[in-house]
Design a protein around this ligand. Sequence first.
Ligand SMILES: *Cc1c(COP(=O)(O)O)cnc(C)c1O
Length: 341
Amino acid sequence: MENLVRKNILNLSPYLSAREEYSEKKGVFLDANENPFGIYNRYPDPYQETLKQRLSEIKNILSNRIFIGNGSDEIIDIAFRIFCEPYRDKALTFIPTYGMYEVSANINAVELIKIPLNSDFQIDKKTIEPFFSDKNLKLIFICSPNNPTGNLLKSEDIEFILQNFKGIVIVDEAYIDFCDQPSFLEKIEKYPNLIVSQTLSKAWGLAGIRLGIAYMNESFLSYYNKVKAPYNISAVNQKIALETLHNIEEYEQKRNEILSEKTKLINELKGLKIVRKIYPSDANFLLIEADNANELYSQLIAKQIIIRNRNTVIPNCLRITVGTQEENQKLVIALKQISNG
Ligand SMILES: *Cc1c(COP(=O)(O)O)cnc(C)c1O
């Protein structure tokens, strides 16, 4: 797989931080120009070993398959920087999908090929096959469950791509904890070209700390570690993440509450005539079709209820995040008022 890595990254001598030269905890540390006073005065662990150990237990995967990023955004950006030569290489994704792949491609001067999903928001294998022979195509992003459509993509289709595409496949599983399907994490050893991306931003409730996780083979991991900023995860964030990852009970309770609220919300929305369609969802949000998405969006804004207008992506569609019982109730009341308009 090494031939997929850009030459400048293959040959890169990474920054060697003071904390890497001497890894023991005990000692008189006069090596990093830190302030000797305070609580957060020391640079954090550059490789977040304790946090990875915990993730390794929860996810049942070796900790030397884990990369932790400053949000999934960093994971996506680093993929472009390791594998894509600017102004030459390409990436591919299936639309409609998460907007960050395109932004990151543009920042890195990489062309993003956008293949439409079919009418069930699934991959049409025929549309992708011709691209497998493109030598400059390096990355394929697959978001499953997909944002903003909410559905899982068929695992056979993802495996078909993993088996036939010679470049890297990044499966973005930001919403995987809300569905009952197994993660592609289990297939890391089987497919050396697979990177699975997850996050603490959704089911774990930590969007504020910006912590994304990627699972990959050891070789790719070594390049991720070379390219990342030396101390990409702050000591405060490592601490909060670790505490949260030890509280599995609270995590499960919150997730189950979101899922039961989702079922209630679907039932309420079904009874409203301004809601034309509710798409099936494997995530913590619902994609709905309205008579007029722009109008509905503005009417809700006027009531200080903010949902995501996806009209420009899928005509007359809006994305609703499942909130607390109280928040969802406010939304339903507002929708009823608008409906009876
Ligand atoms: C919300 C979301 C993420 C999470 O991004 P972070 O940078 O980790 O907060 C990643 N991918 C998709 C598709 C998302 O919707």
